[in-house]
Design a protein around this ligand. Sequence first.
Ligand code: NOJ
Length: 434
Amino acid sequence: MIKFSKDFLLGAATAAHQVEGNNTNSDCWAMEHMEHTSYAEPSLDAVDHYNRYKEDIKLMAKAGLNTYRFSLEWARIEPEEGHFNEEAIEHYRDVIRCCKENGIEPMVTLHHFSSPVWLIGKGGWEATSTVEDFARYTRYVIEKLGSELHYVCTINEANMGLQIAAIAERYKRQMMAQMAKVQAAGGKDDADGTVQVGINLQKMMADQQATAEENKKVFGVEKVENFTSMRTKEGDILVMKAHQAAKAVIKELAPHIQVGLTLSLHDMQVAEEGGEPFAEKEWEDEFTHYLPYIQGDDFLGVQNYTRSLFGPNGGLPYPEGAEMTQMNYEFYPEALEHVIRKVAKDFKGDLIVTENGVATSDDSRRIAFIEKALAGVKNCIDDGIPVKGYCHWSLMDNFEWQKGYSMTFGLIAVDRTTQTRIPKESLFYLGSFR
Ligand code: NOJ
């Protein structure tokens, strides 16, 4: 069996909004409770990780993991613009302490999709003021907790908004002209299944008109520019600037911290002749054009879940009979190795797999996924690629954004009626790689 070196960061990941519960000052919470919501259900108590983090961290340690990637919730720490909540920061200090007491390296993400409501009222992730706001929040966090941390991811899946915009555009075109044709030819008719995050794009687009008025009431703006909104080219660069501003603050206050952002990356494959320019263009949009903004970072967080196929007319459906995950994309753990190799050609810092996983109710398929994915990681390391860690998504079944609780990515199941934790075999399997 493959073993990683003792200093390899082997662990699991979560995000505050998806696990903590009652994130009431966040944009996601507000949107979950709107009349015209694209969320399947509200997050409510989530899996009550805010109160049960000790139990969860202990389970990780028991299984042999040595790293926990989790996010700090901006909406808790700065619930009102310029007003910071000591209690929230002290909570995260306790989480970090608990990790250390259990021999676990805390890897912190400063922004994982959810934002404070007030930020959205100022124009959200399309407003230039967000760069400064994010830097101020970062300064507060690092002043308080910087000395406790070695790894900080500034922004999770910094490329998500652009990916969603591209998919929405494609979906609109499909809807208008080709839906019937594509379906008749057995092509993809579910645009949601092409993005590595749980969103309900079809519903979102249908509801657009009706939400404008409600947005005005809830956020004070007609158009909500949250982190997973369809991003403009300018907004895309703004996210990079926010990353750079946060990185500068971290390096000023705590130069010992390793800093990077994370990107959602697909394994772009040319499945039929003529697909090359499409695959290249997608890779350019998803990865290469960010290089000027991230080259020089200590590490890049690689997040991969599946592959995308291309032919002479663009995207292709998954192969006939392909195993599909609950997320409606292909079960294809080999994608991770391919993506790492591709990224390593251009990015010169360390690589950390900050997310990789599978939504399935069959834990034996999760085990099979982990086995293949980690074999790929090991091959990369053996070839000299500086992969320093692997965090599986997710530590536990949780709130998969607009798709709600039906997607089960966890190494630990949770009975939400009692919040009882039920570790799956895959948790111990993952831990056995150390
Ligand atoms: C990536 C996101 O970072 C995470 O929040 C999400 O749950 C997983 N993908 C699975 O879709």
